[in-house]
Design a protein around this ligand. Structure first.
Ligand SMILES: *[C@@H]1O[C@H](CO)[C@@H](O)[C@H](O)[C@H]1NC(C)=O
Ligand SMILES: *[C@@H]1O[C@H](CO)[C@@H](O)[C@H](O)[C@H]1NC(C)=O
Length: 428
């Protein structure tokens, strides 16, 4: 039966379509057969005999769902999409588009594939990652997903995805009933974040000639206002992020530390959450049983790193950190200094800090925020695995300033259109 399916490709488009539909139908049938054979094994002798591979008491094959993306400058909106996708199945396979494909389709990515892979793998709802997904999903790749990766459903957001010829990229998956849609996450997009960075760069470079203090204030107060720098429309940035308690619950693990758990504490701004953050959190988590992450308030970040920071508000930063699989709990608005009271309240066994940090104040003798844990002998400095900071990310954007601004202007127009035309869609 399988050999019947592997017939050669047709010549014309119609033939191609027809044959691909046939292949999918066969794959479908093959899966149904596979599932029933497995059920037979489990129901019958397999468990008793101890057949290799069927040892665990799994009643059915897990439903595998697939979602892809560039995940360039990953933010909590991506994480939320992955969370929603995972909820539609048992195992989530994520396709990450290669650097070459991104370059060919929309210009160089800000984040190289290596870092994008670290970011995606660290999201707690992701089970597997494919590192060479095509930019625009093709029928051939869809067949590969169904065939080789045993994908049951392909998931995509509710924005239309068209191929260069104007046809629906997911037509095939829809036709065979293996397409599911999720609701777009409101309030954030990479376009919006790039806009915030460009604005903050421009504001610094135009510096003394203009008084931008009101702009700076908005940067450090949750970005809820429309920011208009006047003149060119390209600086206009609207953030529609409205933090809700439900979203925080959806991102939380909802579990406290177990009895006798060794609790590790790490704090920081975690602005523009990046691969460097992920890696230090991974190392910190390995030192104990429960990782508590303190996220500094917007005011603290502005005071220590400059008025144009943070780029992401406290709630946005909290969601990004919560989505990371190495994190057990966050403090939304942690104090700058780690106090004795805090250590007692949370039963913290170890306080850690990475060697790569933008603010080296913690090295100073006086006003060291870690003075208490140091005195208690529970402070440890960790070698940061990656040499990346939030400034690194901003610099990458700035070095491609012109190109990003052009690309951004185009995307901003379509973003505006989306918000003007958007209607209520019920959430999951
Ligand atoms: C900017 O404007 C604010 C009030 O709008 C004022 O307090 C501040 O001194 C001004 N700064 C400069 C550098 O002119
Ligand atoms: C506090 O943490 C220590 C581990 O460092 C653990 O042995 C102890 O049981 C914890 N205390 C409570 C009350 O959980």
């Amino acid at each position: 039966m399988v050999s019947d399916c592997s017939g050669g490709g047709g010549n014309g488009l119609m033939e191609n379509l027809a044959s691909s539909r046939f292949v999918v139908a066969c794959v479908f049938a093959g899966m149904v057969v596979g599932a029933s054979v497995l059920a037979l094994h489990l129901g019958g002798y397999a468990n008793a005999v101890g057949m290799p591979g069927f040892g665990k008491k799994k009643k059915r094959r897990p439903v595998r769902v697939y979602m892809d993306g560039c995940f360039d400058m990953m933010h909590y909106g991506h994480c939320n999409a992955l969370r929603q996708a995972r909820a539609l199945g048992d195992e989530l396979v994520v396709g990450v588009v290669s650097d070459d494909e991104i370059i060919a389709n929309k210009g160089p990515p800000v984040t190289p594939l290596r870092e994008r892979m670290i970011m995606v793998k660290a999201v707690k709802w992701v089970d597997e990652v494919i590192s060479d997904a095509p930019y625009a999903i093709t029928e051939g790749f869809m067949r590969k997903l169904f065939d080789e990766y045993n994908i049951d459903y392909i998931i995509h957001g509710d924005d239309p995805c068209l191929l260069p010829d104007g046809t629906d990229a997911y037509a095939l998956a829809k036709k065979v009933g293996r397409y599911k849609q999720i609701k777009r996450t409101e309030g954030v997009s990479s376009t919006d974040i790039v806009g915030r960075m460009l604005l903050c760069v421009r504001e610094r470079s135009s510096g003394d000639s203009h008084n931008h203090s009101s702009l700076q204030r908005q940067f450090s107060h949750g970005h809820s206002q429309k920011v208009d720098v006047g003149g060119s429309d390209s600086g206009t940035r609207v953030s529609n992020f409205l933090p809700t308690s439900r979203r925080i619950v959806q991102f939380s693990n909802g579990k406290g530390p177990g009895p006798d758990a060794r609790i590790v504490y790490i704090d920081g701004a975690f602005d523009l959450f990046h691969a460097g953050h992920v890696e230090i959190l991974r190392v910190a988590r390995a030192l104990g049983d429960f990782l508590l992450v303190g996220i500094h308030t917007d005011q603290t970040v502005s005071a220590t790193r400059g008025a144009h920071r943070p780029i992401m508000s406290l709630h946005e930063r909290s969601l990004s950190v919560l989505a990371c699989r190495y994190v057990d709990e966050v403090i939304i608005g942690a104090p700058w200094e780690v106090s004795k009271d805090m250590i007692t309240t949370f039963n913290i066994s170890l306080v850690v800090h990475g060697t790569i940090a933008e603010n080296k104040d913690f090295l100073k003798e006086e006003s060291n925020p870690y003075a208490v844990p140091i005195t208690m002998g529970i402070y440890q400095q960790l070698e940061s695995p990656l040499d990346i900071t939030t400034s690194t990310i901003i610099k990458r954007i700035v070095s491609n300033h012109e190109a990003y601004q052009k690309r951004n202007e185009k995307k901003e127009a379509s973003e505006r259109k989306y918000y003007e035309e958007k209607k209520f869609v019920s959430d999951d």
